[in-house]
Design a protein around this ligand. Sequence first.
Ligand SMILES: NC(=O)c1ccc[n+]([C@@H]2O[C@H](COP(=O)([O-])OP(=O)(O)OC[C@H]3O[C@@H](n4cnc5c(N)ncnc54)[C@H](OP(=O)(O)O)[C@@H]3O)[C@@H](O)[C@H]2O)c1
Length: 264
Amino acid sequence: MSKTVVISGASSGIGLATAHLFYDKGYNVIGISRNYPTDKYNFKYLLCDITKEDEVEALKDKLVQMIDSIDVLVNCAGMGVSGALEYSTLKEAKKIFDVNVFGHFLLTKNLLPLLRKSNNAKIINIGSVAGEITIPFQTFYSMTKAAINSFSEGLRIELAPFNIQVSNLQPGDVKTDFTKNREMPIVLEDDIYKDRIKKSIARMAKDEEQGMPTYILAKAIFNLANKKRLPVAKTVGFKYKLFVFLKRLLPKRFVSFIIKKMYG
Ligand SMILES: NC(=O)c1ccc[n+]([C@@H]2O[C@H](COP(=O)([O-])OP(=O)(O)OC[C@H]3O[C@@H](n4cnc5c(N)ncnc54)[C@H](OP(=O)(O)O)[C@@H]3O)[C@@H](O)[C@H]2O)c1
């Protein structure tokens, strides 16, 4: 019998590429997001806004009718916001935390009974290098991804006795619609910040547009799901692995100086 994988954020980008790969490898794939993928797809799809508790509970009920267990859950849905903290609103901050953090909590919590029914279930949370290295003018995004580090680490230990392994996959820049979908700030340029906000966002967008293709991430997620023992976290891309390694090694003040030069 084929294994079942549930992937949130499967309508585009990394999630969509991952859903295609698992399907090609013979998995029973169930994609989840607010909209159907716009490209052709052969896997099953359920619509759900992961920030809405009633929708996530209804999704769980549908899944219970469809399948006996879940072998892999990939928490991939996500969004970005940019801008200076001074000009950001509480509403924006809450919105990104709702999707990138509490949405993953809601989905995971509701699907745990089905995951527990698998012999050796895996949960792969899609974090980011931005959760290790805080990017200015994307600070809320970095905050949500740093929260995913803790979410993954805590969940991993809590679920270990049930033979459910948890890992945090941290991509560097990937070429997807994420850049286009990122919420832009109300204030992009002014007399106080001058053009720093605009320049920083442009730099980030350029890095993403020159980023890795989605199939690299899909392969990394698939390989992780098929590993016997999952690492606590895995960074994807040599350059990004080096950044994360150096960040741990170098003095904080020096790291902050470099990041300021790049994005500040
Ligand atoms: N691209 C990068 O450079 C990069 C780097 C590091 C980490 N990541 C992370 O990788 C993940 C995927 O991003 P991507 O680059 O593939 O971006 P993307 O193409 O914009 O995909 C985002 C996905 O999340 C879904 N989504 C957003 N809000 C949702 C909600 N409330 N409920 C359910 N689904 C929701 C979207 O579908 P709907 O709009 O249909 O709901 C879409 O399928 C994110 O967690 C992102 O933070 C990306």
